[in-house]
Design a protein around this ligand. Structure first.
Ligand SMILES: NC(=O)c1ccc[n+]([C@@H]2O[C@H](COP(=O)([O-])OP(=O)(O)OC[C@H]3O[C@@H](n4cnc5c(N)ncnc54)[C@H](OP(=O)(O)O)[C@@H]3O)[C@@H](O)[C@H]2O)c1
Length: 282
């Protein structure tokens, strides 16, 4: 099914004065020439936010897509992430430079600590380096990924700088109401990874299909709209042009509160054992 080309997503303000699109493209697994081509297609369809990481091994493809696309660099929002093996102050500065060179960009819009690795105990040092990178203008906004309330509080109390974004596992199987409320109270924007609960289909659930029928949209659009109405920024990955357009086209309808509640009630837990207290990813 081909859906009409939607407009770019509206933006959400960040706590540092910048703004971020309310929906972006996940790029994990998009690699090589086909990966670059599918990212260019996404930008042509209205995507402005591309989410990558040093560990996705596709920063070169993301940078190439930015250069090949017809959209000006300033209108695009590129996120990348610091891997666990590079935690530490100097290591973070060096890792950032590696990512920036891979991307071939002068600046990065959003730089995230990929995982906290609390047993290593170095995420505060990395955060101090990220603050320095922001002050030097190498990165516009800084944030984290997979941080708990405790990790977030520690960053704020030890450095005085609260992350602009926390990118966490979030989908109808794992709606994280407590963490989202904490983010809201502290001016942190929630970003949702695996927003479609990859591999654990929620799109066949009655709560989702009933809303899709009621609004004349697809079940996937219902799930992505649910994120938007929770105030979270989903970054669905698709390498397919039609599905990319479908996924971005979620700003023209509104779910009822009852529909949002019914979808949140599909909670069953994390997709895999990605507990930030114990998961170690280098
Ligand atoms: N910070 C972290 O620790 C972390 C962890 C995991 C992921 N992420 C980020 O989050 C992004 C998204 O998460 P994800 O890739 O794990 O999962 P996801 O976006 O929830 O799901 C992606 C899967 O859904 C399919 N899909 C997408 N749109 C669809 C549609 N309209 N209809 C049917 N199927 C559709 C895709 O296939 P097709 O490509 O064939 O359409 C792909 O198999 C990643 O790419 C990455 O950027 C971050």
């Amino acid at each position: 099914m081909t859906t009409p080309t939607p407009h770019p997503a509206p933006t959400v303000p960040l706590n540092d004065g910048n703004a971020m699109p309310k929906l972006g493209l996940g790029t994990y697994g998009l690699r090589g020439e086909a990966g670059t081509a599918s990212m260019v297609t996404a930008i042509e369809s209205g995507y402005r936010l591309l989410d990558t990481a040093l560990n996705y091994e596709n920063e070169r493809e993301v940078g190439e897509a930015v250069r090949r696309s017809p959209v000006a660099r300033e209108e695009l929002f590129v996120t990348t992430k610091l891997p666990g093996r590079h935690h530490g102050y100097d290591e973070t500065l060096a890792s950032f430079e590696e990512s920036r060179e891979n991307l071939g960009l002068d600046y990065i819009d959003l730089y995230l600590i990929h995982w906290p690795l609390p047993r290593q105990g170095k995420y505060v040092e990395s955060w101090q380096a990220m603050i320095a990178l922001r002050e030097a203008g190498r990165v516009r906004s800084i944030g984290v990924s997979n941080f708990t309330e405790e990790h977030l509080s520690r960053l704020a109390s030890e450095t005085g700088v609260t992350p602009a974004v926390n990118q966490v596992e979030l989908h109808p199987r794992f709606p994280q109401p407590k963490l989202r409320a904490f983010h809201e109270a502290h001016g942190i924007v929630t970003q949702s990874w695996s927003p479609l609960a990859k591999g654990n289909s929620v799109t066949g659930e009655r709560a989702v299909t009933a809303a899709a029928e009621a609004h004349g949209v697809t079940p996937t659009q219902v799930v992505l709209r649910w994120h938007v109405q929770l105030g979270a920024v989903p970054i669905p990955k698709s390498g397919d042009a039609d599905r990319q357009r479908e996924n971005l086209d979620v700003f023209g309808f509104e779910l009822t509160d009852a529909e949002v509640r019914a979808i949140s009630a599909l909670e069953s837990g994390r997709l895999w054992d990605g507990d930030p207290e114990s998961h170690e990813e280098y």
